[in-house]
Write a protein of this length. Structure first.
Lengths: 550, 181
């Protein structure tokens, strides 16, 4: 197999961007993806089998068969989790990764999100830290992501976000009914509502048409390709350069190193199950926070007995997702128009600045509501079954608004993942093993956020409400998983430097949500993309034509 | 459908009374198109399960669980994604049958509607794990995608007033066929 300049593991939000940036700069690239290249045709309007509602499995991978993980409960007992179960903390496994089927909220983090420790101090028992880069460092790359991927929305209603040089490339979609109800209510409360930034065409953009506003949005691939992910933006550009080869259904086994401790390439199982070696000058790991860390931990050798990049036992620690809380409001008039994508209005008044709270998060109305989602979200006095339940479904499906948001998590060293040598996947590789829990202060913040969502709903006219503020007994990760290969200047407490290069080996990079020091109070994808552009630029800048030298 | 005379809002008591009138007509109506053959369930098991599911989602203006194909959904999934629940169904349905015989002297599916309601409430109390399983699967079958055998013709979506297809003229893919067809 021909040696290449770069092998990238994972064709998701970050891997697609790195592939495009390197291939455009003239490097030859192999992009490995364990999943397939799906279209909307593979998951048609299926309430039960999509990427958000997985009662009959994941539509966009991985399959339940042969892909177990382990989670350890708070008493220390291990359990097996399948990909369609919550404890698995799944993200998609396909070309585009999560960006094929996501809701596509495309947020910039706020300046404070990059200096959480300086702003608040580290709560006891936490590993809260500042990023080694600032919002200002990332701002040009946020802009690049917004224009290359294609973002619609309008931040002009909020005074809380960082400075930006250019407005978003597309105006927001026209407001839905919930926006019209919630916007004046927020203003009456003194809040600053605005249009959610979305990786979704509101007008023709990048050669594709606008959103048709159907019900089948979050969890599904877009039927008219108006939702923008790496699979319909940067990956086609990478392939069109002629410098990038995409290999699907290829599962990376380990990063190969030579006896001087430099990476030689990647060994992987191809789509027929045969073990292959792809030699390369550099290796880029973009498999998402859990799978990237797993690949490093499974890359054990004489020089790296604890796994690659793991000399300081940092790989897999500080695992974060988001702690989602909010409230359901029930109304005596129709609030819901079944117009996609559903989520339309947000506030970021509560992300920072509440005395006694270490951060917060944005609050927004929810995405499109499939009927199956309402079954256990009815008013508290509703019978669980029978004629009364059926009637309540009719009464409230269109008379409900849900407001919730991603509370920024306080990371801890013990909220983490490792690999479990005793449990293997269908390729025989040790699987992800989760342990620890969410930091208790995160639960406190989440509780406050839920009451804020409730107050907004009441102001909007809800006749009754119920809080959504659970306390999961497990570390949080899922689609927003981040933090397992922390970016930092000190190799003792981080895994990669500010350019996403691992401290231990100069020709291995981790470029994805793994490097997030903290995960903002927002959906993380635009930050993943901005960091990928930043790291790619540094990589191309340091590329010497025949090899990488730091 | 007979119960439509009751209007949109029916109390459980009213429903139970109406169900007694409606069930004979429905049984005939169903027999015409309901293929009473199953991938996993025996006919006896299916009769018991039908009685439970139709208490969980009874008929009113809109079909009951079984009328909307929920049994087809559950039966099909027990040979596919829910294969791991086969034993739970075997045992749970056996216990439900036994409970009905002990308490009422007859099989669950031939009890009066009021007795069925009492029996299913008993099952919920005494075999909560099994009942919750059937509850969840019934809701999935009724409110989920028609592709899997339940929610026949998208009936629950119509009940909720949802447009189907969502945006006229723009839906490329049919609701019920398998991928790749």
């Amino acid at each position: 197999m021909k040696r290449v300049n770069a092998v990238i593991v994972g064709a998701g939000a970050a891997g697609g961007i790195v592939a495009k940036e390197l291939a455009t700069a003239g490097l030859n690239v192999v992009l490995l993806e364990r999943g397939k290249w799906y279209t909307a045709n593979d998951c048609r309007k299926d309430d039960l089998r999509n990427q958000r509602t997985t009662v009959l499995g994941n539509a966009f991978g991985p399959e339940d068969e042969g892909n177990p993980r382990v989670w350890v409960d708070l008493q220390g007992a291990p359990h097996i989790a399948l990909p369609s179960e919550g404890a698995y903390q799944n993200n998609a496994a396909c070309v585009g990764g999560g960006t094929l089927s996501y809701g596509a909220q495309a947020w910039r983090y706020m300046p404070q999100d990059f200096r959480m420790r300086s702003t608040y101090g580290a709560p006891q028992g936490s590993s809260l830290e500042d990023w080694p880069i600032s919002y200002d460092d990332l701002e040009p790359f946020y802009e690049k992501a917004e224009y290359e991927i294609g973002i619609s929305g309008d931040y002009s209603g909020t005074p809380f976000h960082g400075l930006r040089r250019r407005a978003l490339p597309m105006a927001p979609l026209p407001p839905n009914r919930e926006f019209g109800i919630l916007e004046p209510a927020a203003r009456r409360l003194g809040l600053h509502p605005f249009h959610i930034p979305m990786a979704r065409n509101s007008v023709p953009y990048n050669g594709r048409g606008p959103c048709m506003r159907c019900r089948w949005c979050v969890g599904f691939a877009c039927e008219v390709d108006a939702k923008n992910g790496s699979q319909n933006t940067v990956i086609p550009i990478a392939l069109n350069t002629g410098n990038c080869e995409l290999r699907t259904e290829c599962m990376a086994k380990e990063i190969l190193t030579d006896d001087r401790g430099r990476a030689r390439g990647v060994s992987y199982f191809d789509s027929t199950g045969h073990l292959q070696e792809q030699l390369a000058d550099i290796v880029v790991v973009s498999g998402c926070a859990t799978e990237s860390a797993r690949l490093l931990l499974n890359s054990k050798s004489r020089l790296f007995p604890a796994g690659l990049g793991n000399r300081s036992d940092q790989v897999g620690r500080n695992l974060q997702g988001h702690h989602y809380t909010g409230a359901v409001g029930f109304f005596d008039f129709e609030t819901y128009d079944d117009v996609g994508p559903g989520a339309s209005i947000a506030i970021s008044d509560y992300n920072h600045g509440t005395p006694g709270l270490c951060g917060g998060g944005m609050l927004a109305n929810e995405f499109i509501r499939l009927p199956i989602h309402m079954v256990d979200r009815l008013p508290a006095n509703t019978p669980r079954w029978g004629a009364g339940h059926k009637q309540a479904m009719r009464d409230f499906h269109k008379r409900t608004i849900v407001i919730m948001g991603p509370t920024q998590q306080i990371p801890t060293a013990e909220g983490r993942m490792t690999v479990d040598e005793s449990v293997r996947d269908k390729w025989g590789l040790p699987v992800v093993r989760f342990s620890g829990n969410v930091h208790p202060h995160t639960f406190e913040i989440g509780q406050v956020q839920a009451t804020r969502a409730e107050a907004w709903l009441k102001e909007a006219g809800a006749i009754s409400t119920s809080l959504m503020a659970g306390k999961p007994q497990l570390v949080s990760a899922s689609q927003h998983q981040a933090g397992t290969c922390r970016m930092g200047n000190d190799p003792k407490v981080s895994v990669v430097n500010r350019n996403c290069q691992i401290h231990d080996v100069d020709n291995v990079f981790v470029i994805d949500s793994s490097v997030h020091v903290t995960n903002g109070g927002f959906n993380p994808v635009l930050t993943i993309m901005a960091v990928a552009y930043l790291a790619s630029e540094a990589l191309v800048r340091n590329w010497k034509g025949t090899g990488f030298r730091s | 459908m007979q119960s439509s005379k009751l209007g949109a809002r029916v109390t459980r008591r009213q429903f139970v009374a109406a169900g007694a009138l409606g069930s004979a007509a429905l049984a005939i109506g169903c027999a015409a198109h309901e293929q009473w053959s199953w991938d996993f369930l025996s006919n006896a098991q299916a009769r018991t399960l039908k009685a439970i599911c139709d208490q969980i989602i009874p008929a009113d203006d809109f079909p009951s669980a079984s009328q909307a194909g929920v049994l087809t959904y559950i039966d099909r999934q027990l040979t596919r994604h829910y294969g791991r629940y086969r034993d739970a169904y075997r045992q749970g349905l056996e216990q439900a049958h036994t409970l009905s015989i002990k308490r009422f002297g007859r099989e669950l599916d031939v009890l009066t509607p009021l007795q069925q309601l009492q029996a299913v409430s008993d099952i919920e109390q005494h075999d909560r794990t099994f009942f919750n399983l059937v509850l969840v699967h019934t809701m999935e079958g009724y409110y989920g995608s028609p592709r899997h055998g339940g929610n026949r013709d998208g009936v629950s979506w119509r009940m909720l007033g949802l447009a189907d297809p969502p945006v006229l003229g723009r839906a490329q893919y049919s609701l019920t066929s398998e991928p790749g067809t």
